[in-house]
Design a protein around this ligand. Structure first.
Ligand code: SF4
Length: 346
């Protein structure tokens, strides 16, 4: 393949890009066409045209934290709160399994009701009932001992987005009792324990600068996560950022493509936030290098209550068959698989 821009050639072949060229890529759109082509080429080199679908179970919208951008923050008294029971969660898994899903993502706010014992009990039961499935947790910051317990019980992936790797920016997005250092420590702990770790950041969050974005990319390079999730910031009513401008799709797609080239092995979802801004974004996001989709298998009556931001996208494909067809029409292929990270080329 002939690549006419030398810095993109180096990025494509060596996964290296300077801050100066990152700045240029982010600001300027003339490289977009080449960038997206290269990203798609790279994802096919590592993952062929496969797309993996995860079953998302949002099992609690209680959270002890108060992140300024989040609709389920504890200060949002306008929200109706819910918790799924263990048997609710197992039923969600059963439905997901019948649809062909082999990874279940258990996501929730930082909810003290779900102690280590409760979470471990749920993990063990899922693993016992669905032996060929993988469990991903996305339940925030916990002590290292808790992470060890979850891993021992059978969870093997953990999503914990840093949201921003810049300390000053972090302080503008979070209350003073939350610490970026703690989040980074959690990510390192998870890696050391042996989890496949997912990190990522908000695109276009309030006060974000291009330097902040570059810092996030550099942080991810140090962390070397297996999964990377980025999504545009979408303001949510009843939060301090309700009237702030949201992030945009174009920059998110561009960053997805850059990430695909820096991290060719990574599992990268086309996030729900992207679909919330444009429900026809499937093809473009897969072209930009995304290779994972989430489908919400939470008990229906609670689905509308996990409002981390306004107008959250609810996938319309009633069955996986329809979603499979849309993936095929976009030029890719749904794979029934746990969809592990491709470490063969690392
Ligand atoms: S972003 Fe996460 S930790 Fe922060 S309030 Fe929302 S659910 Fe809680």
């Amino acid at each position: 393949m002939v690549i006419k821009y030398n810095f993109l050639n180096i990025l494509f072949k060596k996964q290296y890009i300077s801050n100066e060229n990152l700045n240029l890529l982010i600001k300027c759109n003339i490289y977009n066409e080449t960038l997206f082509k290269l990203a798609d080429y790279k994802r096919r080199e590592y993952y062929s045209n496969f797309v993996y679908i995860r079953g998302l179970i949002e099992f609690t919208n209680y959270c002890k934290n108060d992140c300024f951008y989040c609709g389920i923050r504890k200060s949002n008294t306008a929200l109706t709160r819910y918790r799924l029971t263990e048997s609710d969660i197992l039923r969600c898994c059963e439905n997901g399994y019948k649809l062909g899903l082999r990874t279940f993502v258990l996501q929730g706010g930082e909810d003290n009701f779900f102690t280590d014992n409760v979470i471990c009990g749920i993990i063990r039961k899922i693993k016992r009932n669905f032996k060929d499935c993988i469990i991903t947790l996305s339940i925030g910051e916990r002590p290292v001992e808790s992470y060890k317990n979850f891993f021992k019980a059978g969870a093997s992936r953990y999503l914990l987005r840093q949201e921003t790797a810049d300390i000053n920016h972090y302080k503008k997005l979070h209350p003073s009792n939350m610490y970026l250092e703690n989040r980074k420590r959690c990510l390192l702990n998870l890696k050391e324990i042996g989890f496949s770790v997912g990190a990522g950041f908000l695109v276009g969050s309030p006060f974000q600068t291009i330097e902040n974005i570059i810092k996030d990319l550099r942080f991810l390079q140090k962390l070397k996560p297996d999964m990377i999730g980025i999504g545009p910031f979408i303001p949510q009513e009843n939060t301090p950022f309700a009237n702030f401008k949201g992030g945009n799709i174009e920059l998110t797609l561009k960053l997805l493509a850059i990430l695909r080239l820096i991290f060719p092995h990574a599992l990268m979802p086309a996030t729900t936030a992207l679909f919330s801004l444009n429900e026809n974004i499937l093809k473009k996001s897969l072209n930009a290098g995304a290779n994972v989709l989430m489908t919400n298998i939470t008990t229906k009556k609670y689905r509308n209550l996990y409002n981390i931001y306004n107008n959250k996208y609810r996938r319309k494909e009633k069955t996986l068959k329809k979603l499979k067809k849309n993936i095929y029409l976009a030029g890719y292929k749904f794979k029934v698989s746990t969809g592990n990270v491709n470490s063969t080329k690392l």
